[in-house]
Write a protein that binds this ligand. Structure first.
Ligand code: 3H9
Length: 696
């Protein structure tokens, strides 16, 4: 027997214990161990078998790292069939998370008991897969196709109570007494002679199903998961469960699973799964670095950013105090926070008691003295170095010595900000993305003097507030905005050279991005960049030989700042976020090119994609070269969670690897030859291209 699965006897019961830290994934040796243990259980005189897991969780799924290589024996389905075919009752005892192959294993047991804190689900779709060990055939048989479609196409897990109500779990047992509860349940089943439930044989819920539910789910998925292949295959499998005999449904599931497993989309989504976890690891941080406790937080500024940041903490029960300079601004800001919560409550996603509980955790103040017991302060004031320095000097004087001072700057030098304090080791950047209560990404900016403890504490609190944190170094724009600057510049050069706005945006949208670069600028507000450029004295201050496009400035001069004014690169109707082509802007672009003597040409969509994507990738390579990001996959995480790049593309650096770095480098060199002012091929890209390497 393997060490990771153990068979023991507890009186008349057989106990199979899986012990494969950290999450008891169904690695090859676990499948082998399960097969051996269930064979032993079948042969002995035990009256029933309990399947339980050691450590923090029930089986959390297949071992995702095995999907990149051929799967060694035994096959999942053979192992699970042994469990389902067992002549004696098998009871799954569930704690932690029974996910993916873990829940599929539990569905092959004849009964399931769980502790109240357990969660059960089939999240394969989030990895670009479908439940490939019978989940698409068994879950609909157990809970009906409609509920199963929802669970399988969204990947959202159910809590124990919901799983019990739906019939996935037969009994909820005491949180501290899972094994005891499972044993009592098993003995009761035997004593009362309860028949064994084999889910594969339940057909009531999957016969005479209204096909309209599949049409409706396909429509929903087309809207919410545009471009993702896996949800459509999930629907096809559940449909098969409702129209084909079990074995044929299983064959269909297998065929579609293998197609997805071998797809680039799933490879990209699996890459993002591991990348997200790798991003929180800091290469030089000693493993025993202890995070400080962060139990009280303060936020400076009650504007859109400050309010959104404060909500993140209140959402997880951390009290937060918001400081403003004037009562009216404070009232307005906290009013917007309340409106946000109430809007969520109206959609049924929060109760009114939740709204009050969260608002109760947010207090306002005008007095720095009230920040004295905060463990962390996040500054979200106007993006201006002089103001930030003034604020940090004040914070240094008024907060306790161990308090972490974080700046929500999106571009400024964190080291310069830290220099005005007596505790640069406690200063860090926390770059939230707007809207801060919604966007998952947090760029954690590590200054030259930021201590490991400060970094570890910030990483821990990032996880607590359910954000995806990525540690980056100090430079203008950090990782995300520095790269997006190159992308935005290329978008404007494409306008000069021949494209109209929709011809820049459409290819990128079709590639899968949430929106194209110009629609994104309209959403973010064109005035933001305009004011920064004005502040830098551009274009007058432009160094010789640098390229500059004034189209965006001219649009701003017309008072068109994007969606918020109803006009930008596009026109927007009141109450409608759809971008409409605007002939006046198209004319402005054509006339601008004429004025500058630029001969416009027809630019193919393929070149639009190359110019935009390679601008990101080349800058990403510079960022890696300079050590601003620790690893290419960190950049991918930033782009997927902060910039609307779909997970199925795996982020810009993963995308580059798929295209082939030799191709990317060759095109970047060609672009640089045509336009040396805006393209500087990155040495890392060159080295990797020449050595046949990849970023990831
Ligand atoms: C599947 O089941 C397919 C089948 O239907 C069909 C087969 C034919 N495999 O997230 P954490 C690692 S697909 C390998 O930080 P938490 C993770 O990388 C699978 N490794 O902990 C990390 O490693 P490291 C369906 C895995 O407490 C460490 O474990 N299942 C796996 O915040 C800790 O993870 C899923 O999609 C895995 N399955 O969250 C569930 N899972 O320390 C995926 C985790 O080196 N997993 N690792 O960075 C999760 O959702 C979360 O990990 C979980 C724990 C909620 C379980």
């Amino acid at each position: 027997m393997t060490d990771s699965v153990l068979y023991t006897r507890d009186g008349d019961l057989g106990i199979v214990t899986v012990n494969n830290p950290p999450v008891n994934a169904l690695s090859q040796h676990v499948r082998l161990g399960l097969s051996e243990c269930f064979a032993t259980a079948a042969a002995d005189d035990s009256i029933a078998t309990i399947l339980i897991c050691a450590g923090r969780t029930f089986i959390a799924g297949a071992d995702i790292s095995e999907f990149d290589k051929p799967m060694g024996p035994p096959d999942f389905l053979e192992t699970l069939a042994m469990i389902e075919d067992a002549a004696k009752p098998v009871v799954a005892a569930i704690h932690g998370t029974a996910l993916g192959g873990g829940l599929e294993t539990a569905l092959c047991c004849h009964f399931r008991v769980a502790v109240p804190s357990a969660r059960l689900g089939l999240p394969e779709v989030l990895l670009g897969l479908l439940p490939g060990a019978g989940g698409t055939q068994r879950l609909p048989r157990l809970i009906g196709p409609e509920a199963a479609l929802d669970a399988i196409t969204t990947g959202t897990p159910m809590n124990s109570a919901a799983a019990h109500a739906a019939g996935v779990v037969d009994a909820i047992v005491d949180e501290q007494g899972l094994l005891e509860g499972a044993k009592a349940f098993a003995r009761e089943v035997v004593a009362t002679g309860q028949p064994l439930t084999r889910v594969r044989d339940l057909n009531d819920k999957v016969s005479a199903v209204d096909p309209a539910i599949f049409v409706a789910t396909r429509k929903k998925v087309a809207q919410t998961k545009r471009g993702f292949e896996a949800p459509l295959s999930c629907i096809a499998c559940v449909e098969a469960a409702c129209t084909l005999p079990f074995d044929e449904g299983m064959a269909r599931e297998r065929e579609l699973f293998q197609g997805l497993r071998d797809s680039v989309q799933s490879a990209a989504q699996r890459h993002i799964f591991f990348a997200q976890r790798a991003a929180t690891k800091v290469d030089d941080m000693p493993a025993d670095t202890k995070p400080q406790r962060i139990e009280r937080v303060a936020v400076l500024g009650a504007g859109t950013m400050g309010g959104g940041i404060a909500m993140n903490f209140a959402n997880v029960g951390i009290p937060v105090i918001v400081l403003e300079t004037e009562q009216a601004l404070l009232d307005k800001g906290l009013g917007i926070v309340r409106d946000n919560y109430e809007r969520t409550a109206k959609k049924g996603r929060l109760s009114s008691a939740d709204v009050e509980q969260r608002m109760g955790l947010i207090t306002g103040t005008l007095d720095y003295a009230d920040l004295a017991d905060a463990d962390m302060v996040i500054e979200a004031v106007y993006e201006n170095m002089a103001i930030k320095k003034e604020v940090f000097a004040k914070l240094d004087a008024t907060t306790k010595a161990e308090c972490i001072l974080a700046s929500n700057t999106s571009t400024l030098d964190v080291d310069e900000i830290a220099s005005v304090t007596s505790r640069p080791d406690k200063v860090i950047g926390t770059h939230f993305f707007s809207p801060a209560n919604v966007m998952k990404l947090l760029e954690i900016v590590r200054g030259a003097k930021t201590s490991h403890e400060t970094l570890a504490s910030t990483l821990a609190v990032t996880r607590k507030i359910n954000k995806v944190g990525v540690v980056v170094g100090v430079c203008d724009g950090f990782v995300g905005n520095r790269m997006i600057h190159r992308y935005g510049s290329q978008a404007s050069y494409l306008l000069e050279e021949g494209c109209l706005p929709h011809e820049v945006d459409a290819p990128i949208y079709d590639l899968g991005f949430a929106m194209g670069p110009l629609t994104m600028s309209d959403l973010a507000g064109l005035d933001v960049g305009w004011r920064i450029r004005q502040g830098k004295g551009l274009p007058a201050s432009l160094p010789a030989g640098e390229r500059y496009c004034e189209i965006s400035d001219r649009i701003c001069e017309m008072g068109r700042f994007g969606q918020k004014t109803g006009d930008g690169f596009y026109h927007y109707e009141p109450g409608d976020r759809n971008a409409h082509r605007d002939p006046s802007i198209e004319q402005l672009i054509v006339e601008y090119a004429r004025e500058k003597g630029i001969e416009r040409r027809q630019i193919p969509a393929s070149e639009v994609i190359e110019r935009l994507m390679y601008a990101l990738i080349n800058e990403g390579a510079w960022i890696l070269e300079e050590g601003i990001a620790q690893r290419a996959s960190d950049i991918d995480v930033i782009y997927v969670f902060g910039y609307g790049v779909p997970a199925f593309l795996g982020g810009p650096m993963f995308y580059a690897d798929q295209v082939g770095l030799d191709t990317v480098y060759r095109r970047v060199c060609e672009f640089a030859e045509a336009d040396p002012a805006s393209w500087k091929p990155a040495p890392l890209l060159k080295r990797l291209a020449e050595s046949g390497g990849t970023f990831n």
